[in-house]
Design a protein around this ligand. Structure first.
Ligand code: PBG
Length: 321
């Protein structure tokens, strides 16, 4: 066995997976203001940027060869309501961001999350009545949210809400408005995970959510077969690409989804995964540069076509050197 590992040239020749900037999607946080950057304490190295700074950062990401960025808004507290109606305001932060990015850089993909949690006072992804997250009422609002984001110029709508039937409903709603060119990247197998903690700090939904959880709509971390059913439904409803989330603790799901459906499959290396690797790196317990590159390679080996990772710009820089 060691002959194929004996020299760098033969290792390269026999290598099954490789990492390139083409594998990366950069999730970025945007906030109101001008020239403002605010660090996220639980995600060292990650900052919430105002639109002007984000537009520049997206330009850099593009020049590093990153194909797409996913935009997440930090909604000012005073705009949050129980029904999350700021989500469907065509002039909300995320829509203004998409327009500004597209004006400056036309050739990088812009992905928008569809879910109500950045906009609701209770931090849930949907509309709540008597303590219950309403499915069909929520889906109607998600269709409008997808519409305003598409009108603003995004390329991909990525529903992360885990309501039933939303992929089909959004596809139909967009097609009816002549927006059939918009792609759907479904967060198909999204688990009710504690690894989302730092993200909820970053967008300010942690305090809204309090001690509540999302287990009546996000998946049980114990389940695999259910993930395949979720993906099958989303594919039937018109998903162009699917996602598994979180990433590294769920690579078995990535593998099964890729093998079962063979369609573009992405994995989200979520905030908690980033925080673990970065936190250990910052303490000198792990070699950050080596582990972050290895982690992306492992996603590729498991069958992912690409990875959403907060480290995307850093990884692309490492790959360039
Ligand atoms: C919102 C959303 C979440 C993430 C992406 N979109 C949080 C949640 O579902 O509570 C998490 C991303 C991360 O942890 O990096 N629906």
């Amino acid at each position: 066995m060691r002959r194929n590992r004996s020299r760098d040239w033969v290792r390269r020749l026999t290598r099954e997976s490789n990492v390139s900037p083409d594998d990366l999607i950069w999730p970025a946080f945007v906030q109101e203001g001008q020239g403002v950057r605010t660090p996220v304490p639980s995600m060292p190295g990650v900052e919430r940027l105002s639109i002007d700074l984000l537009v520049n950062a997206v330009g850099e990401a593009k020049s590093l060869g990153i194909p797409a960025v996913a935009v997440f808004p930090v909604t000012p507290q005073e705009l949050k309501t129980p029904d999350g109606k700021e989500a469907i305001n065509p002039d909300n932060l995320v829509c203004r961001t998409v327009r500004s990015i597209k004006e400056a850089h036309d050739d990088i993909g812009v992905i928008c999350d569809v879910a109500l949690d950045p906009y609701t006072t209770h931090g849930q992804d949907g509309i709540v009545r008597d303590g219950e997250i309403l499915n069909d009422e929520t889906v109607e609002v998600l269709c409008q949210q997808a519409f305003v984001q598409s009108q603003a110029g995004c390329d991909v709508i990525a529903p992360s809400d885990m309501m039933d039937g939303r992929i089909g409903a959004i596809r139909k709603a967009l097609d009816a408005e002549g927006l059939d060119h918009i792609s759907l990247l479904a967060y198909s197998a999204k688990y009710a995970s504690a690894f989302y903690g730092p993200f909820r700090d970053a967008v300010g939904s942690a305090q809204s959510l309090g001690t509540a959880d999302k287990r009546t709509y996000q998946m049980d971390p114990a389940n695999t077969e259910e993930a395949l059913r979720e993906v099958a439904l989303d594919v039937a409803e018109g998903a162009d690409m699917v996602m598994v989330k979180p990433g590294m603790p769920y690579l078995d799901i990535v593998r099964r989804v890729k093998e079962s459906f063979g369609l573009p499959t992405f994995a989200y290396q979520v905030s908690g995964e980033y925080a673990m690797l970065r936190g250990a790196g910052d303490r000198g317990w792990l070699d950050w540069e080596k582990v972050i590159l290895e982690s992306i390679l492992c996603f590729k080996r498991a069958g992912a076509n690409g990875v959403l990772t907060y480290a995307a710009p850093e990884i692309a820089k490492l790959l360039a050197t």
